[in-house]
Write a protein that binds this ligand. Structure first.
Ligand SMILES: Nc1ncnc2c1ncn2[C@@H]1O[C@H](COP(=O)(O)OP(=O)(O)OP(=O)(O)O)[C@@H](O)[C@H]1O
Length: 276
C-alpha cells in the first residue's frame, strides 16, 4: 500500500461556503481491497468530502485523482459514469417510481438506445432492456427486496428505502461505492442486515451470480460514513477522522480507538483536537 497505487488520492482539498470552512487542506489516500470509514462529530465535513468526490461540491483548492484523472470539479453524472456511485444521508430516490423502476433508471446511463426513440417493444432497445433487467433482477434478489419490487418507493418503510438506494448504487456497477450513513435511523436488526450486505458487496458472491460481475466480483473499494462506532470498528480496514474540517487522525481501527486527539474530538475538548 503506497500513495502511488491509491484508488483515490485526495491532496490539499479545501472547501468553503462563504465564511464557513467545511474542509481544510485534506490529504487522504483511499485504496482498493479496503473498506475505509470516515468518522467525526456532527459538522466535521464528512458529507462535504463525499460531495467533493462525487462532484456535487466544487472545492476551491486541491485535487482528487481517481484512476489517473483529477475528478475535482467534474459533474456528478460524469463521475458516476467513471465508476463512483454513492448513497445519501437523506435518501435520494425517485419517490413516485417503483423499486424496479428506480434500479432500471440507474441503468439508463449505460443504455445506448434512447428508450423513447429506440422502440420499447421491438428491436435493439428491447434487447438492451432485457440485458439491463437481468442485472437489476440479480441485485433485487441479492438485497432480498423482491417483495417490494413493484411497490412505489415513497410507500416503503425507511429501512427498506435505504436498501433500495443501495441497490440503485449497485445498478451503476461502480468501482467505488460511497455510503453516507447507510444505517442511520435503523433498528439493531436492520443495521445488522445492512452491515452484512456491505460485507457481502465488498467480498463478492462468486458463482451465486455468475452473470452479474458487480455481485460476482464485489466492489473492492468502499468508503463509509457512519456514526455507530461498533459498526465502524467491525467493518472498516482503515479509518480517517475529521474534526472542524481537518483530518485529525488516520489508521487502523485499533489505532484510532486509542488516539487521544480522536477521543478529545468526540468528547468536545476543542483545545486538544485543535492542536492535532
Ligand atoms: N451546502 C452547504 N451550504 C452551506 N454550508 C454547508 C453546506 N454543506 C455543508 N455546509 C457546512 O459545512 C460544514 C460541514 O458539514 P458536513 O455536512 O460536511 O458535516 P458532516 O461531518 O457530514 O456532519 P453530520 O455528521 O452532521 O452529517 C458544516 O458547518 C455545514 O454547515
Amino acid at each position: 500500500m503506497s500513495p502511488d497505487n491509491a484508488k483515490i488520492k485526495i491532496d490539499n482539498l479545501s472547501l468553503s461556503f462563504g465564511g464557513i470552512k467545511a474542509l481544510k487542506e485534506i490529504n487522504l489516500d483511499i485504496y482498493d481491497n479496503q473498506i475505509t470509514a470516515i468518522i467525526g462529530p456532527n459538522g466535521a465535513g464528512k458529507t462535504s468530502l463525499l460531495n467533493c468526490i462525487n462532484g456535487f461540491y466544487k472545492p476551491q483548492a486541491g485535487s482528487i485523482v481517481y484512476n489517473g484523472h483529477n475528478i475535482a470539479r467534474i459533474r456528478p453524472d460524469r463521475v458516476a459514469k467513471m465508476g463512483i456511485a454513492r448513497t445519501f444521508q437523506n435518501i435520494e430516490l425517485y419517490s413516485g417510481l417503483t423499486t424496479l423502476e428506480n434500479l432500471m433508471a440507474a441503468r439508463h446511463i449505460f443504455m445506448k438506445q434512447n428508450f423513447l426513440t429506440g422502440g420499447a417493444y421491438f428491436g435493439p432497445a428491447h434487447k438492451e432492456e432485457i440485458e439491463h433487467r437481468k442485472i437489476v433482477e440479480d441485485i433485487i434478489d441479492f438485497l432480498e427486496i423482491e417483495p417490494v419490487r413493484k411497490k412505489v418507493v415513497s410507500m416503503l418503510p425507511y429501512g427498506m428505502r435505504k436498501r433500495v438506494e443501495l441497490g440503485r448504487a449497485l445498478a451503476l456497477e461502480p468501482q467505488v461505492l460511497l455510503l453516507d450513513e447507510p444505517m442511520a435511523g435503523m433498528n439493531l436488526e436492520e443495521k445488522e442486515d445492512i452491515a452484512r450486505f456491505i460485507v457481502d458487496i465488498f467480498e463478492g458472491q462468486g458463482e451465486t451470480y455468475p452473470d452479474t460481475p458487480i455481485l460476482r466480483d464485489g466492489v473492492k473499494c468502499i468508503v463509509l460514513i457512519e456514526h455507530d462506532m461498533g459498526v465502524v470498528m467491525d467493518l472498516a480496514d482503515r479509518i480517517a477522522v475529521l474534526d472542524f474540517g481537518r483530518k485529525i487522525a488516520e489508521g487502523k481501527p485499533e489505532e484510532i480507538k486509542n488516539n487521544t486527539h480522536v477521543i478529545a474530538a468526540y468528547l468536545g475538548d476543542d483545545e486538544t483536537s485543535a492542536q492535532a
